[in-house]
Design a protein around this ligand. Structure first.
Ligand code: RFL
Ligand code: PHB
Length: 389
């Protein structure tokens, strides 16, 4: 097999890149380890920046999104007593868009065949070769057969655990990492959300988040210790804890119902540099992870890919490699600002097991400052809606 750009991974990064390249008339093939059904069963992000929805519009793939998505003009922060609303639209002119990652992925997969985007599902043992040369190739197994895909470039869009970044020698790579001592226990249920907007809570007992996928489907999270056994959290215990963390006035608006999904996600900040090595380019979670507190992960995957699609198109169409030469620095500049914002919000909103009374007072003072300062609210708002590309 032969293509211009071999893409590893059919998450949002790989699928968006594949579609953008196809739109530019470039030949590409995606190799995905899992089945389509598995990829579509993963419950992840729910909040999109307009930077991301702009990209879906550019692809003419936003029709269902604009039919079904909810536009939120604000988000809310609470310390259990007070609720501080950050007026995103008023402060930045832009809302956020609530539309599940699962739905984005479904729209991209559904459109693939019509647009000539080839996806090989259940590609096992994917291995990258000769990435330092201008004739790299990928080997894999599919349907019991050993296969080889020759390409001009390889895009590593294979998430945090994928093989792509391992092809960059440790001697030229740098990694930056912070692992948090807690995770998020998430619950999805077909019950109406407790509010029109997303609410983040910092309570003595720990962080909680009220989000949604639609007017009839709620997504809630609570902070739990990293070694938590999910079997110790039957639904009733989850709802009891959630209500305690949100305080009485919000708790009485929470509708309980059976969980349709429940899982624990660890929290991590991670950046791998550089994003390019020879003919290999990294994008999305393959190169960086943010804790979900700022809702930035999927949106960063989209912004990486927006830069990368243009750079690959210029290289393959016009022999202009300046975009590829600058890709790593350009993408990382936006990534580091999102890392900072996600780390800041994580520190503001979670209970750290090592934190004492002083750190708690710092959180409360910061909360009080935000409540009374339009400047502080604007700083949160412009990061939350997404910094410009
Ligand atoms: P993905 O989605 O992990 O996709 C990578 C793909 O690569 C495949 N793969 C391989 N394929 C072939 N060979 C191999 N050896 C392979 N190894 C892996 C995988 O099967 C997979 O299909 O990475 P991508 O595309 O970079 O997208 C990143 C996003 O998925 C991620 O950042 C977000 O989900 C993060 N995130 C959120 N982001 C937001 O922007 N807004 C949010 O509200 C938000 N909430 C969240 C989140 C992530 C969460 N979890 C579960 C970590 C909430 C949670 C709870
Ligand atoms: C979600 O709806 O899953 C969600 C919302 C906001 C976040 C993280 C996750 O910060």
């Amino acid at each position: 097999m032969k293509t211009d750009v071999a893409i590893i991974g059919a998450g949002p990064a790989g699928l968006l890149l594949g579609h953008l390249l196809r739109q530019a008339g470039i030949d590409t093939c995606i190799l995905e380890r899992q089945s389509a059904a598995h990829v579509l069963s993963r419950i992840r992000a729910g909040v999109l920046e307009t930077v991301t929805t702009d990209l879906l519009e550019r692809l003419d793939l936003a029709e269902r999104l604009w039919d079904e998505a909810l536009l939120h003009d604000g988000i809310n922060l609470t310390d259990g007593d007070r609720i501080v609303r950050i007026d995103l639209k008023g402060l930045t002119g832009r809302p956020i868009v609530v539309y599940g990652q699962t739905e984005v992925t479904r729209d991209l997969i559904d459109a693939a065949t019509d647009r000539g985007l080839e996806i090989v599902w259940e590609a096992a043992d994917v291995a990258l070769h000769d990435v330092e040369s201008d004739r790299p190739h990928v080997t894999f197994r599919n349907g019991g057969l050993e296969q080889r895909l020759d390409a001009r470039y390889i895009a590593g869009c294979d998430g945090y655990y994928g093989p792509s970044k391992q092809s960059i020698p440790a001697s030229i790579a740098s990694t930056f990492e912070l692992v948090y001592p807690f995770g998020w226990l998430g619950l999805l249920a077909d019950v109406p959300p407790c509010d029109e907007e997303v609410i983040y809570a910092n309570h003595e007992r720990g962080f909680a988040l009220a989000s949604m996928r639609s007017r009839t489907r709620s997504r809630y999270y609570i902070q739990v210790p990293i070694d938590t056994d999910i079997d110790e959290w039957p639904d009733d215990r989850f709802w009891d804890e959630l209500e305690m963390r949100f305080g009485k006035s919000i708790a009485k608006r929470i509708t309980r119902g059976p969980s349709i999904e429940k899982s624990i996600a660890p929290l991590r900040s991670f950046v791998f540099e550089p994003l390019r090595h020879g003919s290999l380019l990294l994008a999305g979670d393959a190169a960086h992870i943010v804790p979900p507190t700022g809702a930035k992960g999927l949106n960063l995957a989209a912004s990486d890919v927006a830069y990368l699609a243009d750079a690959l198109t210029a290289a393959l169409r016009a022999n202009d490699t300046s975009g590829l030469d600058g890709y790593s620095d350009r993408a990382l500049a936006r990534v580091w600002k999102a890392e900072r914002f996600s780390w800041y919000l994580t520190n503001l909103l979670h209970r750290f097991p090592t934190a004492g009374a002083f750190e708690r007072r710092m959180q409360l003072a910061e909360f009080d400052y935000i409540a009374g300062s339009t400047a502080a609210q604007t700083a949160i708002a412009e990061n939350y809606v997404g910094l410009p590309l």
